[in-house]
Design a protein around this ligand. Sequence first.
Ligand code: HEC
Ligand code: HEC
Length: 402
Amino acid sequence: MKKALALGVVIGLAVSGAIAGYFYLQNKGLNEAELEIARTLSLASLRPLPADLSNAVADDPAAIALGEALFSEGGLSANGEISCATCHIEDRQFQDDLALSNGIGTTDRRAMPLRGAGYALWLFWDGRKDSLWSQALGPMESSVEHGFTRSQVAAYIAEHYRRPYEALFGALPALENTPAASPLGSAAQQAAWAAMSAEQQDQINRVFANTGKAIAAFERTLLPLENRFDRYVAALLAGQVPSGSAALTQQEIDGFKIFAGKGACVNCHNGPRFTDEFFHNTGIASPQTPVVDFGRLDAVAQVEADEFNCLGRYSDAAPARCGTLRFMSRDEHLFERAYKSPSLRGVADRPPYMHAGQLATLALVVEHYNRAMPSISGHTELEPLGLTTAEKAALLAFLKTL
Ligand code: HEC
Ligand code: HEC
C-alpha cells in the first residue's frame, strides 16, 4: 500500500514535470526537433578529447608543462620577442583582435582562437596541417611570424630547455655552431640546409618536431568554455524552465530557431564546437593582401607533401591510423576559395570576422549570409536567405549568447 502510494507520487510528479516542460517548449521554447539540434550543439555533447596517435607525448604532463613555457617563449624568434602568445592572447580567446596579425612581418590571414583546436581534424583556415604539433612548426619558420629556422629552434632548445626536453625525448644531438638553416627559409638558409648531411637534417627535424609536440600537448588543454546557450540547453534537457543565467530572451530563442532552420547555419556550424570540420566557399571577398588566396584548393597538395604529416617519419602513428589524411577529399570544384568553418563559440567577442578579417562586425556577417553574393572565383555554397529585419536582429542576438 505504502509502496503503491509512493509510486503514485513519483508518477504524479514525473507527469506534472513533463507537462510543465511540454508547455514551456510549446509556448516560448523549442519544438522537439529544435531541442534535439540544441542538444547536439551544446557542450554536453562534447566527447572527450580524442587521442592524437601521431604525438606520443600529447597528454604527458611534463610535455604540457614544457609546451606551456614554449608557447610564450620569445627566444624562439628572429628578434627574441615573438611567441605564439603574441598573436594568441589568453585573455582574448587566444586570438589578437586584428584582421591580419603582426609578428616579424604581417600575416596574410587572421589569427584563429585556440580553445578546442585539439578536436580539429585540419588546422589553419585552409587545413594545410593535419595535427596540432605539425601546425606549431609553421609559425616558427614563417618569415612574417617568428622568422626563425628549425636549426635555430633546435639550438635554442639545447641551450635553454635541455633538461625538460631530454627527460621527455631522450638525448639531444650535438647542435653547437649550427648555422641558421631550413629548407623553407631565405636563399642563404636553404643553402645552409642543403650543405648539411642527411643525418644532421634528420636530427634537427626530430628536435623541431618534438618541440611542436610539446607545444601541442599544452594546446590540447585549452578546452571550450560553457556559455549561456549551454546553460539554457542543460536546463531544458533536465526538464527545468531555464532561469537566471540559464535563461534566454524570446529574441535569442527566435534567433536560435533561425540558426537551426531558415538560416541553415547548422549545415556547416554544427556539433558542440559549431563546426563541421570541413571547407566551404561562402563568397567572402579577397583580402587586400598581395597573395592570391585559393584556400583549401592549394592546401590539399601542401598537407600531402608535408614531411611532418601523420604519414611522415616524425609521426608516432602507424600509417593505418592516418585515415583522415589518407582518405581526405580532393574535390577541386568544391575547394576553390573554400575555408574551414570556424567554431562560433565566443564569436561575438572577437571581431573582425572571416579568414582575413574582411567583415568588421557580426551584423555585417549576418548581412553577408542574407545576401549570399557570388564568389569572385569558385562557387559559393550559399543562397540568399530572405531574412526580415527582425529575423536578422534575432539571429544576431542568438550569436551573442555563444
Ligand atoms: C604573427 C602572429 C602569429 C603567431 C606568432 C602565431 N600564430 Fe598561430 N595563427 C596565426 C594566424 C594568422 C593563423 C591563421 C593562418 C592561416 O590560416 O594561414 C593562425 C592559426 C593557428 C592555429 C590554427 C587553429 C585552427 O583552428 O585551425 C593554431 C593551432 C595556431 N595558430 C597555433 C600557434 C602556435 C602554437 C604558435 C607558436 C608556435 C603560433 N600559432 C604563432 C597567427 C599567429
Ligand atoms: C556552407 C557552409 C556555411 C554555412 C551554411 C554557414 N556558414 Fe558561417 N562560416 C562558414 C565558413 C567556411 C566560414 C569562414 C569563411 C571565410 O573566412 O572565408 C564561416 C564564418 C562564419 C562566421 C565568422 C567567424 C569568425 O571567427 O570569423 C560567423 C559569425 C558565421 N560563419 C556565422 C554563420 C551564420 C549565422 C550562418 C547562418 C546564417 C552561417 N554562418 C552559415 C561556413 C558556413
